[in-house]
Structures are given as structure tokens and as C-alpha cells.
Design a protein around this ligand. Structure first.
Ligand SMILES: Nc1ncnc2c1ncn2[C@@H]1O[C@H](COP(=O)(O)OP(=O)(O)O)[C@@H](O)[C@H]1O
Ligand SMILES: O=P(O)(O)OC[C@H]1O[C@](O)(COP(=O)(O)O)[C@@H](O)[C@@H]1O
Length: 523
């Protein structure tokens, strides 16, 4: 549907509120994420400079940032402290959900005001582990990058009131970026859920080979029927195809308009969600009423706020197999050294979790934590001394700073092209240990991301596929769906694409690993 003039979607971001913080509240904020606020408020001169509450806004203790308001005190929670979502409801006609007849199979519905708490831990003091940035998220893995978040996120799920007539829905599904276990599962469940609402099968398009498939002549979209997607979850990869680059957003929106699409589902990572956001904005600018919903995919698990991306658990399962193989090889040789390189361009989640899960890694190196080769080699020598062999796990993005010939440049999507740290380290180890170590190098990267999902991920993908469609029928747009604090929520896409999520070098998860494997500091 096209309307005259630009669509002004019905508010999305938190209302801007800058509220004076009483010193008492600042103290109760335990000197953590609200630092910026409390520092200002504790000095009386500075406090005078903090704007007074705007008329009509309830007094609370919040500070605004680009996408949300940060909570300062739980006492002051009010109705609006929630990550609001964009919606197109002003342009759509509300109606009953078709599932109302049997109260959604007896399971009931989710209300628009149902919400999930984003701040779940109450810390005793600023000394408690993890208390820093407790009311927010870190975008860069360091303390300066802490962004405050509101208290709540809107719950994902089916609503009693929907904003599209299922018979009039024309939807498209696209997968983009690198492979990840579960892409087919998500596509399948989007199709199943759309047809459950009553969307005619002929009206569901599968876009081929990523975003370029919207407009490239040699990759015509396919019709996604239930029969077509039956059983696709048993295979790895994506039956739609994927690619990097090709995000010609104007051209994409031209096709959306031409084909009369009113729902677009983008299954992608930080890049894919950025594309979804750009498509949503362009639709808005051109007055095209189409809801755009992302499903966050990242084998690197590097999406802000999301507990874990679909496929990540499967990837860890596969990755730890490579570590187990490295252990068998290494422990069968005198001074055996098993070196395993895993994916993780900017975030070391796979390496960290696989190392922890395997119980055989002696060293884990991730992009977030720099290391020195001499210190690493000394440690490996010490491990040889103690146990006769050593297993080293390295994420592909680690140690890029020490590589002599960085690959440089970017791929078609603008992601940095990395130099091969695995080969480099293997050569360095060979140079150093000469004939005194038996080095086996394993790079299972593409094997890991091409497998079908394990059962937990399969279930997760089902919920995400269903949730994406429920969000679209609810009239929301520019949203993504994910598991946050073990609940399914909708998040505004601009919130999650600010930066890739990283392992917190001072966090409990990393700390548990290095304690378990007794890894010293290599910096
Ligand atoms: N900032 C952006 N704006 C619009 N499109 C983008 C942006 N970043 C990436 N894309 C597009 O999103 C798609 C997927 O991005 P990519 O980085 O390859 O994978 P991922 O979605 O896994 O991060 C590509 O087609 C890419 O061109
Ligand atoms: O060889 P490709 O397809 O560019 O993929 C390599 C990259 O894909 C990843 O697995 C995931 O990247 P995306 O999330 O951008 O798809 C990275 O870990 C890895 O660097």
C-alpha cells in the first residue's frame, strides 16, 4: 500500500526525558551505570544545570541516550520506561486475530503492554562482579561504552488485535550474510505462521541469494508454499541462498512497492538488521506501508542484548568437537600441540564457549583481548612441561594487531577482511619449537556453520519465526525478535545495530573460563 507523502510511523523511541536526579537516588544507584547522572547530581552547582522535569512528565530518575532512557532507581519505575517500538498502526485497520476463535488454541494472547525486565540483577555493591553497566549494555566490551537501557522490553507473541487482513498480506523472506545453522528453520516457521494466519501461499515470496535478489534479473523470487518448505530444517545452509553486499535500498523499496509487499522479513546479522532498518526508513520516506521485521542471525553471537543468537548453540557443539579432536591428536604425541581456529570476526563467543564446553582447551585467544606471542609461547612450553601436550583455541579475529601482513580491505558488505591468524600462529610455533613439538592445525570454520540445527536451536528458530510474524501482524515495524533474559521480546532494530556485541574481558563468563583453564595474562 502506498500513501500520499511520507509515512510518519507511530513513534518508536522512548520519549526524551532528562530528569533531575536527587542525590539520595544517586547514592542508591550504587555508583554504577548511572555514573554520568550521579556525578552531576552530587555536586550542587552541577545539579542546578540539570534541566528540570518537563511539565507533564512524572518525576523519576532517568537519563536519555540515543535510543532509551536509563534507569537510576527501581523505586521510580513508571509506565513509560520501556523500549518502544515503531508501528504502522495509524495506516492500518485493526481487526480480530483469526486465533481468537479458540483463544489461540487455548493458550491465550500476549498484551501490548506485557513487558520483560531488562535489568534482572540487584547487586549488593559496586564491588559485586558484573555490577558495572548493570542497567545497560556495553557496545564495545569496555566500560566507556556502557549505554543505559530502560527497565523493560515489549513481550513477543501473538496479539488479539492484528493490523493486517491476512488475505491481503504479501510477504517476502530474505536471508543474508554468512551461513548459520537454523536459517532454513526460521524461513520455514515464518512461512508456516503466515499461512496459519491465513495468508495465501501464493503471496509469500522467497528472495534469492540475499538482498540483491530483490532486484537482480537472474535471481527471480520463488513462491514459498508449506510444501516447499516442508523438511528444509533438516538441511544446513539456506534454501533461499544468501550473499554479502547488494543492499541497494532504493531499488529494494522500489520492488517492495511494485510487488505490493506489505511484510518483509530479513534474516540477518548486524548487517542484515542494518539493511532492514534502512529499508524500513526508505519505506517511510517513500510512503510505502510495509512492515520490516528482522530475525537476528549471527554464528558469532555478536548481536547486542540478545542472550544468544539462533545457531550459536549448534556452532558451539560442533566447535568443541574440533577441540576434542585436537586434544586426541595432541595427547597422542610428545609435546603435541593442537591448534584450532574458530570463527569470530570481532567477538570471541564461539571460542570462549567451545573452550569451556570441551574441557580440553589449555589456551583460548579472542579478539577482545590482546596477547603477546612470546608470553603465549612461554605458557605453552610450561604446559608441555606439566602435561606433555597443549590445546590452543583461537578465534579468527584475535591477534590481528600482531599479524605482519594484515589482509586489509573489506568484503562486499563492508566487513573487515582478516589476515589468517591460525596459519600465522602455526608458523610461529613451528619456528619456535622446531622439531620439539608436534603441531596439528585444525580449521573447521565452514564445517561448523553449515550443519543443521541441534534440537534446542531448532526450537528457538521456531519461536523466532513465529514471533517475527506475530510482530508483523501486530503492526510493528523496524523491529527484531530475540531472547533477552530468557524471555522473547521485540526490540527496535536501531537499538541492536549500534555495534557488535563483544565478550566482556572483565565479565563472569570470561573469568570462569580463564579460571578453569588456568590461563595467565598474555598482554
Ligand atoms: N549499514 C548497512 N545498511 C544497509 N545494508 C547493510 C548495512 N550493512 C550491511 N548491509 C547489508 O546487509 C546484508 C548482510 O550483511 P553482512 O554483513 O554480509 O551479514 P550479516 O547480516 O550476517 O551481518 C548485506 O547485503 C549487506 O550489504
Ligand atoms: O567467508 P564468509 O562467508 O565471508 O564468512 C566469514 C565470516 O562469517 C562469519 O561466520 C559470520 O559473519 P556474519 O555474521 O557477518 O555472517 C564470521 O565469523 C566470519 O568471519
Amino acid at each position: 500500500m502506498r500513501i500520499q507523502g511520507p509515512v510518519h510511523s507511530n513513534v518508536s523511541v522512548i520519549r526524551q526525558r532528562i530528569v533531575r536526579v536527587p542525590p539520595a537516588l544517586c547514592r542508591s544507584a550504587r555508583g554504577r551505570t548511572c555514573m554520568q547522572v550521579s556525578c552531576v547530581a552530587e555536586t550542587s552547582e552541577a545539579a542546578k544545570q540539570v534541566p528540570k522535569p518537563t511539565a507533564g512528565l512524572s518525576t523519576g530518575a532517568y537519563v536519555t541516550n540515543s535510543f532509551g532512557a536509563g534507569r537510576v532507581s527501581r523505586d521510580s519505575v513508571d509506565e513509560e520506561d520501556v523500549l518502544e517500538l515503531k508501528n504502522l498502526r495509524n495506516y492500518l485497520v485493526p481487526r480480530d486475530s483469526p486465533f481468537i476463535v479458540d483463544n489461540n488454541h487455548g493458550g491465550g494472547f500476549v498484551g501490548d503492554r506485557d513487558r520483560i525486565r531488562l535489568h534482572t540483577v540487584e547487586f549488593e555493591s559496586a564491588d559485586s562482579a558484573g555490577s558495572f553497566c548493570a542497567d545497560g549494555m556495553m557496545t564495545q566490551g569496555d566500560e566507556d561504552s556502557c549505554i543505559l537501557l530502560p527497565e523493560w522490553a515489549i513481550r513477543c507473541g501473538p496479539r488479539k488485535t492484528i493490523y493486517f487482513d491476512p488475505k491481503q498480506v504479501s510477504a517476502a523472506v530474505v536471508t543474508c550474510g554468512g551461513l548459520c545453522p537454523g536459517l532454513n528453520d526460521v524461513v520455514q516457521n515464518i512461512v508456516y505462521t503466515l499461512t496459519d494466519y491465513g495468508v495465501p501461499e501464493d503471496n509469500i515470496l522467497g528472495i534469492r541469494y540475499g538482498l540483491r535478489g530483490f532486484y537482480e534479473r537472474d535471481a527471480k523470487p520463488i513462491t514459498l508454499t508449506r510444501k516447499y518448505v516442508d523438511g528444509i530444517h533438516l538441511k544446513g545452509g539456506t534454501m533461499l541462498g544468501t550473499s554479502r553486499g547488494g543492499a541497494n535500498v532504493k531499488e529494494i523499496v522500489r520492488r517492495i512497492d511494485l510487488w505490493g509487499l506489505n511484510m518483509v522479513f530479513v534474516v540477518g546479522g548486524n548487517g542484515g538488521n542494518a539493511a532492514a532498518n534502512a529499508i524500513s526508513d526508505e519505506c517511510e520516506a517513500q510512503g510505502v506501508v510495509c512492515t520490516v521485521v528482522g530475525v537476528p542471525k549471527s554464528i558469532d553471537n555478536d548481536i547486542l542484548l540478545i542472550d544468544k543468537c539462533f545457531g550459536f548453540e549448534t556452532a558451539v557443539e560442533e566447535a568443541q568437537r574440533a577441540l576434542l579432536a585436537a586434544k586426541v591428536e595432541a595427547s597422542s604425541a610428545r609435546n603435541g600441540l593442537g591448534l584450532v581456529k574458530l570463527m569470530g570476526r570481532q567477538s570471541g563467543f564461539i571460542a570462549m564457549q567451545a573452550s569451556m564446553a570441551s574441557g580440553v582447551a589449555d589456551v583460548c585467544l579472542i579478539p577482545e583481548i590482546p596477547f603477546r606471542i612470546d608470553k603465549l609461547i612461554n605458557h605453552i612450553a610450561a604446559v608441555f612441561e606439566k602435561q606433555g601436550h597443549c590445546v590452543v583455541c583461537i578465534a579468527e579475529g584475535a591477534g590481528q594487531d600482531i599479524l605482519l601482513n594484515g589482509a586489509g580491505g573489506t568484503d562486499a558488505s563492508g566487513n573487515p577482511i582478516l589476515a589468517d591468524i591460525g596459519i600465522f600462529l602455526r608458523n610461529e610455533f613451528k619456528k619456535h619449537f622446531k622439531g620439539d613439538a608436534d603441531i596439528k592445525y585444525i580449521d573447521p570454520s565452514y564445517m561448523i556453520r553449515s550443519v543443521p540445527t541441534t534440537s534446542n536451536d531448532r526450537i528457538y528458530c521456531k519461536v523466532l519465526g513465529q514471533g517475527a510474524v506475530h510482530g508483523a501482524f501486530a503492526g510493528y515495524t523496524d523491529i527484531t525478535v530475540g531472547l533477552v533474559n530468557t524471555h522473547y521480546v521485540y526490540l527496535p532494530i536501531p537499538m541492536i545495530i549500534q555495534a557488535p556485541r563483544k565478550v566482556n574481558p572483565k565479565g563472569r563468563r570470561w573469568n570462569r573460563l580463564i579460571a578453569a583453564i588456568r590461563q595467565p595474562d598474555f598482554s
